[in-house]
Design a protein around this ligand. Structure first.
Ligand code: PMP
Ligand code: GLN
Length: 395
């Protein structure tokens, strides 16, 4: 038989699925794949249930239900002062994943260069490559993960079509500050290109950190495609409702890509998300502060066990350095080891890198879990590593 698409055939199953399966097989607590272990707000779920029984179950309009597009526009205004036309500047997609695929499909032609920042979310590289884009990767370095301006500037060139920017960052928990964003904006303008901005964790930020959409910087309104996800903003990751905000000219292109990917997104979920986006700011504050407390609980516990815990200013995740534990093996071996031997699953950070040399001593833990679950996970890790230390001293 003829060869199928090589890029697809050669790609491994995503690390999130691999680790979740390993966790299930070994009865491990899953601090790997990033999903909350409780339901999202019951009034939003009720709104989706009501909408199902309300007789609007046929195809939604291509760019999304008007009520959701209007709610996305209002939310842009309320949180970021962005004036958005809901008619022409919003496209609803089936999750941020489809939003990414639609934005990249709308912009990339074979041979175009795409600037990406490592560590990066796992679908970015395969999507860019499938479209014939040429990745130009720039690494950030732990523990601060600050932008390496020289390296970033060097990655831009004559053939740059876009930069794909994720802030708050998965897995690093980094939130880019205004200075860094201004630097990126300068490069985008100078090279006359676009920025696809993955901002799915826009509401999940902690402490003094502030999420600033690149789109709000001077000159960026016309060049940015801003992506949000209801899954993250409402702790309903299974719903897969995303939204893109961009100028009418860009949104039209995204809609044309979207029509060939999924065409439309379930109407009951769209109606419930519209209801959710209009929630009081107190809801979004409580979401962030609840997660912040969980970040603190998990970080302190990991520190006590012996990990060096890196700062996380946003997202569902905290990254920890495993070297002080004296484990013999890399991050992948470590994650397999703790899933099977300690009963806790995590994700190796090297999975968030392309072909270059990734760090091999960092693992990502998700803290979007119930407090009791986090405590049990910490007890398991603590008991496991105390046992390992005792065995090592006996030797
Ligand atoms: N971007 C980032 C950075 C993510 O972490 C995720 C997922 N969890 C997504 C996109 C995909 O979001 P969705 O589930 O809405 O497709
Ligand atoms: N974004 C989630 C994470 O980083 C995973 C989503 C998925 O499994 N595709 O854990």
């Amino acid at each position: 038989m003829r060869t199928p698409n090589r890029l697809i055939a050669d790609s491994p199953t995503t690390i999130f699925t691999v680790m979740s399966a390993l966790a299930a097989r070994h009865g491990a607590i899953n601090l790997g794949q990033g999903f909350p272990d409780t339901e999202g707000p019951s009034d939003i779920v009720q709104a989706a249930a009501d909408a199902l029984l309300d007789g609007r179950n046929q195809y939604a309009p291509l760019t999304g239900l008007p009520e959701l597009r209007e709610a996305v526009a209002r939310s842009n205004w309320r949180f970021h002062g962005l004036a958005v036309d809901p008619e022409t500047e919003v496209v609803v997609t089936s999750g941020a994943t489809e939003a990414l695929a639609a934005c990249l499909t709308a912009l990339i032609e074979p041979g175009d260069e795409v600037v990406l920042i490592e560590p990066l979310y796992d679908c970015y590289l395969p999507m860019v490559r499938l479209l014939g884009g040429i990745p130009r990767l720039v690494q950030l370095h732990p523990p601060e993960w600050r932008l390496d301006r020289e390296a970033l500037a060097a990655a831009f060139g004559e053939r740059t079509k876009l930069i794909l920017l994720n802030s708050p960052m998965n897995p690093a928990g980094r939130v880019f500050d205004r200075d860094e964003l201004a630097f990126i904006a300068g490069l985008v303008e100078r090279h006359d290109c676009y920025a696809v901005c993955d901002e799915v964790y826009e509401h999940l930020i902690f402490g003094g950190a502030r999420h600033i959409p690149l789109m709000t910087l001077p000159g960026m309104r016309e060049r940015c495609l801003r992506i949000g996800s209801a899954g993250k903003s409402f702790s309903l990751t299974g719903w897969k409702v995303g939204y893109v905000t961009a100028t009418a000219a860009l949104a039209e292109l995204v809609a044309k890509a979207h029509q060939n990917l999924t065409f439309a997104t379930p109407p009951n979920l769209q109606r419930a998300v519209a209801f959710g986006l209009d929630k009081d700011p107190a809801y979004f504050k409580a979401l962030a502060s609840d997660l912040e407390a969980k970040r603190d609980l998990l970080s302190a516990g990991l520190r006590e066990i012996g990990f060096v815990v890196l700062p996380s200013h946003g997202s569902y995740f905290v990254v920890a350095d495993i070297r002080p534990l004296g484990f013999e093996g890399d991050d992948v071996a470590f994650c397999r080891h703790i899933a099977t031997e300690a009963g806790v699953a995590a994700i190796p950070v090297s999975a968030f890198y392309g072909d270059g040399a990734p760090p091999r001593h960092l693992v990502r833990f998700a803290f979007c879990k119930q407090v009791g679950v986090l405590r049990t996970a910490l007890e398991r890790l603590s008991a496991h590593f105390a046992g390992a230390r005792a065995a090592a001293t006996e030797d």
